[in-house]
Design a protein around this ligand. Sequence first.
Ligand SMILES: NC(=O)c1ccc[n+]([C@@H]2O[C@H](COP(=O)([O-])OP(=O)(O)OC[C@H]3O[C@@H](n4cnc5c(N)ncnc54)[C@H](OP(=O)(O)O)[C@@H]3O)[C@@H](O)[C@H]2O)c1
Length: 372
Amino acid sequence: MSRALQVTRGTVENGGGVTVSLRTDVVDESLVDESLVDERLAAADRDPGAADPGAAAGGAAAAAINAGDVLIDVEFSGINYKDGMALAGSPGVMRVSPLIPGIDLVGTVAASASPDWSVGDAVIVNGWGIGETHNGGLAERARVKSEWLIARPDGISAKRAAAIGTAGFTAALAVLALEKHGLEKRGLTNSAGKEVLVTGASGGVGSIAIALLTAAGHRVIASTGRPSQREYLLGLGAVDTIDRAELEAVGRPLQKQRWSAVVDSVGGQTLANALAQTVWGGGVAACGLVGGSDIPTTVMPFILRGVALLGINSVECPLPERQAAWARLERDLDLDLLDSFTTSVDLEGAIGAGAAILRGELHGRTVVDVRA
Ligand SMILES: NC(=O)c1ccc[n+]([C@@H]2O[C@H](COP(=O)([O-])OP(=O)(O)OC[C@H]3O[C@@H](n4cnc5c(N)ncnc54)[C@H](OP(=O)(O)O)[C@@H]3O)[C@@H](O)[C@H]2O)c1
């Protein structure tokens, strides 16, 4: 038996609703036979419709969203903002229906037709379209492409790797991008001791960004909409918090220079104000859009202060950058601290957690123990 959480988006004709169901499939017994699996996976490469484990359930469409040369026994997935959107049937994330959501998965290789991976390898997949255009991690088994895998770092357990997930990986990419832009060179008390701003601070990206920036010696100011999270954010290492409302009001194109750098998960007016408040030559890493996908800014921060807007994309991020980000997480992230802000749910619990993240009610990270 292999279980998966499947989301089916209704059409206008049948009512327009979204159905989230816990689907229980009996996996073809031959899939546990290694030699047969390899044969079937090779056949799948030749004819994706013919050898798909889910073919009985979905035919050619199921084959396409299950195509891949490696079969994974999934141990953990997680709840990112995007997973909340997929579980709500949002067409911007859930690009096919039905779909198994889950943009992260952590597990071990159960069968491989790739020379790069062997049975038993501990692996991670973040992004690459899983949980969007390809069946994702909210399942006990997943078939993915070998080039999407990275080896799970020795020092990070499967559960902790899922707790880091796309959110933590993105936070690491943002910190590395800011450093590449010069944050490190300008010094830890750069630009007359200005601090680094993290917005959407209590969330997954925000929490791990605070931890990584603090570990690198920066003084971090956390912007949050929840005063109740202040102690939590100080516990992560932030030196102070500000009310996110301060960044939500329409402001002038250039404002007092407050931040040496910014990690932004919010977008919209918050991102515009962050740009307007960043020091000469500073970088702003744009990661998310929980507050809006527009940027109501002007060219002023760019042409008068040389501020750089650094786009962060975790989904198609190339392998060397992925490895650098995970190496940074392994080196700098306090794993006991990570545990302190990680909550665990089972597959059924993922449905409620997905709804809660969209309401802005979760803090830190939520792991899905798919076998619980
Ligand atoms: N670029 C990429 O590759 C990439 C990768 C991962 C995530 N993302 C994006 O980054 C964003 C954060 O993802 P996440 O997984 O960290 O989500 P999350 O855990 O929900 O964190 C978002 C945080 O933003 C704040 N927030 C919520 N609603 C808000 C609103 N309407 N206005 C302003 N702030 C709000 C909340 O923090 P406070 O209560 O402390 O204010 C919330 O905890 C999402 O947009 C996600 O899609 C992008």
